[in-house]
Design a protein around this ligand. Structure first.
Ligand SMILES: [Zn+2]
Length: 92
């Protein structure tokens, strides 16, 4: 990485998306044995964990699952970035 790209990267901050609209995260569990899926659930993993437990109780030899999650992030201008003050002034 060149010094220029380090400088450009330091002018931005990465954080969890907290705006209304998108979920904080999504979760889905897939049975490794048969490929059945729990369905996608927003914001908490408990429903897909319960799905895995129920699935194994119905198919006692299906005991491995793959959890897939999406976590929504955002990048904003950091202090020192010319856009930092401009965007802060325009925020209601
Ligand atoms: Zn299964």
């Amino acid at each position: 990485m060149t010094p220029r790209s380090i400088n450009e990267t330091s002018q931005w901050t990465l954080s969890e998306e907290t705006a209304k609209g998108p979920p904080r995260a999504t979760f889905v569990v897939t049975c490794v044995t048969c490929g059945s899926e729990s369905g996608v659930v927003d914001d908490e993993s408990h429903p897909v964990e319960m799905w895995a437990l129920r699935h194994t109780s119905l198919h006692t030899d299906h005991r491995q699952f793959r959890l897939t999650t999406e976590w929504f992030l955002r990048v904003d201008p950091a202090p020192g970035n010319p856009l930092h003050d401009t965007e802060k002034e325009n925020t209601p």
